[in-house]
Design a binder for this molecule. Structure first.
Ligand code: NAG
Ligand code: NAG
Ligand code: NAG
Length: 393
């Protein structure tokens, strides 16, 4: 009897404490990053969280806007070029921020201060007139990085009313600038522009990224993560178009085309030099190089160690052939087919990874050695709740 009398209040107290703590958890799923109150992203389809769906040129939707895109995580098409979340989504989760909504577009007004995505599928680093002069044409969109930066300035004008207010706001933002430039090169390679001419545009692409960093810093950005190009010699499209009978053209561990991977690394080396130059010029900032290439090389060389038992170089979704890539029957087109288990594949649809591979890259950059200088791990709060993420989109 005595026991029952004393146990009841204890149980009630425990129950009360439990409900209080779960109420707090619901209000702030995993807490917010102590470093960043907002996240902004720029780039192409590697980082586009929905602009493609909202801003389709002439109302013509790209192939990423059709099933089976989004099937793994969202269960619907969001404009993201993968089966699920992208690197930028995992970054948002790790900062305790909602997944980014695309700008411009119909956004929840309270989403603005937490960030926005300016990346758009097909966007080039260089202005399309400049590329056209070099014989490189972009059939999907004429959007370039400077247009994205201009849209950001337009949004910023609605968020803060004075330069010092904007600086204060942006000092607590993480900016993800890229990957960008990959489309400039893809178009050129697939339009058979001569290799030496493509190599010659790399410094222009890098200078354009540098110009964007400069503008962002002048607006008040302090922390900018600038990812490099991915190992394009591992894309099923490159492996199909530039198939070679010579064994020595392939990396024996990954089966990727060595020349094209070296090209991507050439871009990455020049990009890191530009970042180092700007870091000296702006010592109060933290300009980090994001080594997507280094991270991806790990699972391209040893896919089985990361659970990729399907394939690393055959696309999960495509129109058949040795790499499941057919230029006239791409993923999202009627008649294309997707693998049953995307999480066992590195590659989703030629030049985009599966959610499973993107997740590893994001973790490698934020927590691992694949950012220079290293990302401050104390800024991360881990995974937010799935419910919060879904409703935030
Ligand atoms: C870019 O494309 C849009 C839509 O196709 C068009 O309205 C616009 O004039 C183009 N911009 C330039 C600079 O050509
Ligand atoms: C690619 O797809 C097209 C359209 O379905 C088809 O006609 C063609 O045979 C395919 N090519 C290869 C190499 O499978
Ligand atoms: C990392 O972030 C924490 C949390 O804001 C901060 O206290 C610490 O000074 C930062 N470390 C560096 C090296 O910036």
């Amino acid at each position: 009897m005595a026991m029952a009398a004393s146990t009841l209040p204890v149980l009630l107290l425990l129950l009360l404490l439990f409900s209080l703590s779960s109420a707090a958890a619901a209000a702030s799923p995993a807490g917010r990053s102590p470093c960043f109150t907002s996240l902004f992203s720029f780039g192409d389809s590697i980082t586009d969280t929905g602009n493609q769906l909202l801003l389709a040129p002439d109302g013509v939707l790209g192939h990423c806007c059709f099933p089976p895109y989004g099937e793994t995580y969202f269960g619907r098409q969001t404009g993201r070029c993968s089966d699920g979340r992208l690197i930028v989504d995992f970054i948002a989760e790790q900062l305790g921020l909602p997944l980014l909504t695309p700008y411009p577009g119909k956004l929840h007004s309270n989403d603005f201060p937490l960030g926005a995505n300016f990346a758009e599928g097909g966007a080039t680093a260089l202005d399309f007139h400049f590329l056209a002069e070099k014989g490189i044409y972009n059939t999907h969109t004429n959007l370039s990085l400077q247009v994205e930066i201009d849209r950001f300035k337009e949004l910023l004008a609605t968020i803060c009313s004075s330069p010092s207010e904007c600086k204060d706001y942006l000092s607590k933002s993480l900016i993800l600038l890229g990957e960008i430039g990959g489309i400039d090169y893809n178009r050129a390679f697939f339009e058979d522009v001569a290799a030496d001419e493509i190599i010659a545009i790399v410094p222009y692409v890098v200078a354009e990224i540098g110009k964007s960093i400069k503008q962002l810093v002048e607006l008040g950005a302090v922390t900018i993560l600038i990812p490099g190009n991915l190992p394009i010699g591992c894309w099923p499209g490159y492996l199909t178009k530039f198939w070679s009978p010579n064994k020595e053209d392939y990396d024996p561990l990954s089966g990727c085309l060595v020349w094209y991977n070296n090209f991507a690394q050439h871009h990455n080396i020049l990009l890191q030099q530009e970042i180092a130059r700007l870091q000296k010029l702006y010592p109060h900032t933290n300009l980090m190089y994001g080594d997507y290439y280094g991270s991806a090389t790990r699972f391209h060389r040893h896919p089985e160690k990361f659970g990729f038992t399907g394939s690393a170089v055959v696309a999960c979704c495509g129109g058949g052939g040795p790499y499941n890539y057919n230029e006239s029957l791409i993923c999202g087109n009627e008649g294309s087919k997707a693998c049953a288990e995307p999480s066992t594949y590195v590659n989703w649809d030629d030049h985009h990874f599966t959610e499973a591979a993107y997740k590893i890259v994001a973790k490698d950059v934020l927590e691992g050695p694949f950012s220079t200088p290293r990302f401050n791990a104390s800024c991360l709060v881990g995974r937010a709740s799935d419910d919060g993420l879904h409703s935030a989109y």
